[in-house]
Design a protein around this ligand. Structure first.
Ligand code: GDP
Ligand code: ZN
Length: 364
């Protein structure tokens, strides 16, 4: 990044040399760059070098619901003095979080764009549910973001041996994903997390009560969420997001926190499922039949790995469940269109990640 751009007022919102390059043609047209904070009914809030402005999205209304303006998008908007100010174009997305079709709708819904790190918060106050962790990881991978698992409320597991075992359990469910322990209450582990997400844009995923609001407050360095006391002993809490959706972090990086992201459930995450269960996909490549269902076929490498204890039954069942769920969702939607969109994001996500890797050199 050039010295001039490192002092760019949008750096705290995720502006970097790649966005600058993508924006260059629009700068030549006298437009200003900005990042979308919030969208509602044809208007959006965009943070620009001159402050947050309200802009009309009329020129960027697509037919495709996957391409509508959303929080995290980078945009070229009219310069100060234009009235009204319009969003003229969106810069190509690096990544996108999508909510799959609900039972009534057959199209997806964009939840957040240009997310680099997906932090999956998992509470240590309740029994570990590895299947749930895998589900969130599938969503994270599918978006194109790099997942990180944060085992929250680590102060509730004071015994280091027990804590290490819990980390190990989660690691088996999360190949290729850093697993950290954090206590937002005591401040333990926050520096490691800050270092991991200090560049680019992060989101917090996880069940209600996992400690996302508390973690967000700690990372932002202010009480941005209303964290209410737990009502009971099961570690569940209630929260209300009271501020903006795009929050610069004290340690660098920016957090996207939207109500939509907090409620994510079922996803079209075929590619993501493959990455979560990378070792199963590797085994499957060695099955005698290429369309092996790993049930009772001869020469099945997956079943052999279960028999030898190399692969847990839990993990295989979790894999089957997510694959089935996913096929059901995909079947309901326009497969061709979705495949195209996915390919596009994958490419951009990979390019974005490669660029970030080159810059920072710490994901491998
Ligand atoms: P969210 O629903 O995921 O946003 O979770 P919250 O941040 O609202 O946290 C749920 C409950 O867990 C609240 O009662 C918090 O006070 C509690 N909590 C959050 N972080 C910690 C922690 O590090 N240690 C302990 N002991 N409790 C925590
Ligand atoms: Zn098999």
């Amino acid at each position: 990044m050039s010295p001039s751009s490192s002092s760019h007022p949008l750096v705290p919102y995720g502006w970097d040399a790649d966005w600058e390059a993508a924006f260059a043609p629009y700068a030549g047209q006298g437009l200003v760059p900005g990042r979308v904070v919030r969208v509602d009914r044809g208007l959006c809030d965009v943070v620009t070098p001159g402050g947050t402005v309200r802009a009309d999205t009329e020129f960027v209304v697509p037919r495709d619901p996957m391409k509508v303006v959303c929080t995290g998008d980078w945009a070229a908007v009219d310069p100060e003095g234009s009235d009204p100010r319009f969003v003229r174009t969106l810069l190509p997305r690096r990544t996108a979080f999508v909510r799959s079709a609900s039972s009534k709708r057959s199209d997806g819904q964009i939840l957040a764009a240009n997310v680099d790190h997906a932090v999956v918060a998992v509470s240590l106050a309740v029994e570990l549910d590895l299947g749930r962790v895998e589900r969130f990881l599938a969503l994270a991978w599918e978006s194109g973001a790099q997942p990180v698992v944060v085992l929250s409320k680590a102060d509730l597991v004071p015994d280091p041996v027990t804590l290490a075992h819990l980390v190990q359990d989660v690691e088996t469910a999360a190949p290729g994903v850093p697993v950290l322990t954090v206590s937002a209450l005591h401040g333990d582990g926050l520096d490691v997390l800050r270092a991991l997400i200090g560049t680019g844009t992060a989101v917090l995923l996880g069940q209600s009560g996992a400690g996302k609001s508390t973690l967000a407050n700690a990372l932002v360095g202010a009480d941005v969420m209303d964290v209410r006391a737990a009502r009971d002993v099961d570690g569940k809490g209630r929260h209300t997001t009271t501020t903006r959706n795009l929050l610069p972090l004290t340690g660098g990086g920016v957090l996207i926190d939207t109500p939509g992201l907090r409620g994510v459930g079922l996803f079209d995450a075929e590619g993501g499922v493959g990455q979560v269960f990378a070792e199963i996909e590797e085994l499957a490549a060695r099955c005698r039949f290429h369309d092996c269902s790993h049930e009772s076929e001869p020469g099945c490498a997956v079943v052999a790995a279960v028999d030898s204890g190399e692969l847990s039954v839990r993990r295989l069942e979790s894999y089957r469940k997510l694959v089935r769920e996913n096929q059901w969702i995909v079947a309901k939607t326009d497969a061709r269109l979705r495949a195209e969109i996915r390919k596009d994001w994958k490419r951009k996500g990979a390019e974005g990640r490669a660029a970030m890797q080159a810059k920072r050199g710490h994901w491998s």
